[in-house]
Design a protein around this ligand. Structure first.
Ligand SMILES: *Cc1c(COP(=O)(O)O)cnc(C)c1O
Ligand code: SF4
Length: 347
């Protein structure tokens, strides 16, 4: 039984998640990028499987030290759109409030991997006031997205405070929390935490990050049920990852598992050009082929939108596949089996 979060190479070796001959290389990785694996995730890993899809997401890998063309510390241009510390305001009506740098786990593919980590935890004091002040004096802000880091790592008391501060701002109608906690550290989803999310007169949405069906342990499912039973609508975000979920059977099972647990698949994210993540990235062709394969076999409820965040902060866009193609002033439509049909129909 692992009873606390693993953070060092030595702890990973003791837990038999890595072998001692990799210690030097992995110490070098851990110096550059934060490492944390919660007991709930460590317990799901099979140390005898070199391709374990849970381990691949969280156990450091020497290949993270290899940087390839196009990779940058700020792959989606957060910096450029940050009017005050902690706020990223890229679209007119919604902004991110990055309230905390820490996460319960550190994903090896994180697009904010250069900025997440333990320490300097909380946007506090004057900085927090300045962030709330920016939201309050920007009437276009209809939705605030709490992210980080992982905001569910905060104490329920702090979460309650954030909820109350946002609730007091008239023009904010929607509060969205982005988190991996319900599956990676389900015990954190206590009655107090659920209560801290309730905001009178506002819609509160929870977006759960999940990449593999095996993440849905009995405890994780129960944590998600506590959120759903409280009336909170749940959506899911998945990162398309080589060797974790880049096959139709795994995505099929993941998206079904999400819907069975009342989580609507929202986005499937193309891997960003975060440094040292080439071994985890797929091509867009591969992503489109997977989306095509899932179109016919999965309920519409289980279909996310496949999106890419354009480097340097130009925004997220769907990247296909496209079923309708212009054809001499009219259209050709592909059906899910790959046959083509004219539109308007020819009789
Ligand atoms: C992803 C993101 C959002 C939310 O985008 P949606 O398409 O509404 O989910 C908002 N602001 C920033 C800066 C983002 O990166
Ligand atoms: S939980 Fe989110 S922010 Fe934290 S390391 Fe994973 S991807 Fe990055």
């Amino acid at each position: 039984m692992i009873n606390r979060t693993l953070r060092s190479t030595d702890e990973l070796i003791s837990a038999q998640l890595v072998t001692p001959e990799h210690k030097m290389a992995l110490d070098a990785v851990a110096q550059r990028y934060s490492v944390a694996i919660t007991p709930a995730m460590a317990e799901l890993m099979d140390p005898s499987d070199p391709h374990d899809p849970i381990a691949r997401q969280f156990v450091p890998d020497a290949r993270e030290l290899i940087e390839t063309d196009g990779e940058t510390a700020d792959p989606i241009g957060d910096e450029k759109h940050s009017p005050v510390e902690g706020i990223v305001h890229r679209y007119p009506d919604r902004a991110l409030l990055k309230i905390v740098h820490a996460c319960p786990v550190y994903c090896r593919f994180c697009f904010r991997r250069e900025t997440v980590g333990p320490g300097g935890e909380f946007l506090s004091g004057d900085k927090l006031e300045a962030a709330f002040d920016y939201i309050a004096r920007t009437p276009a802000l209809w939705e605030i997205i709490l992210t980080g880091g992982d905001p569910f790592i905060l104490s329920p008391r702090r979460m309650r405070d954030i909820t109350d501060r946002l609730t007091a701002i008239d023009h904010v109608k929607v509060i969205r929390w982005h988190t991996r906690v319900p599956l990676v550290e389900p015990d954190r989803v206590t009655a107090e935490l659920v209560d801290a999310l309730r905001a009178t007169g506002k819609a509160v949405w929870i977006s759960i990050h999940t990449n593999h069906p095996r993440e849905f342990s009995a405890q994780g499912r129960a944590a998600i049920a506590r959120l759903a039973d409280a009336g909170l609508p749940l959506i899911g975000q998945t990162v398309l990852l080589r060797g974790v979920n880049d096959d139709a059977a795994t995505l099929d099972s993941l998206f079904r598992t999400m819907v069975e647990n009342r989580v609507k698949p929202y986005y499937l994210h193309q891997g960003d050009y975060a440094p040292g993540t080439a071994h985890l990235r797929t091509t867009i062709d591969e992503g489109q082929a997977l989306m095509r394969a899932l179109r016919y076999r999965l309920s519409g409820l289980a279909q996310p939108t496949y999106v890419l965040d354009i480097p340097e902060g130009f925004g997220k866009v769907p990247v296909g596949p496209a079923y309708a193609k212009p054809d001499n002033g009219s259209w050709t439509i592909d059906d899910p089996n790959g046959q083509r049909h004219p539109w308007p129909p020819i009789r």
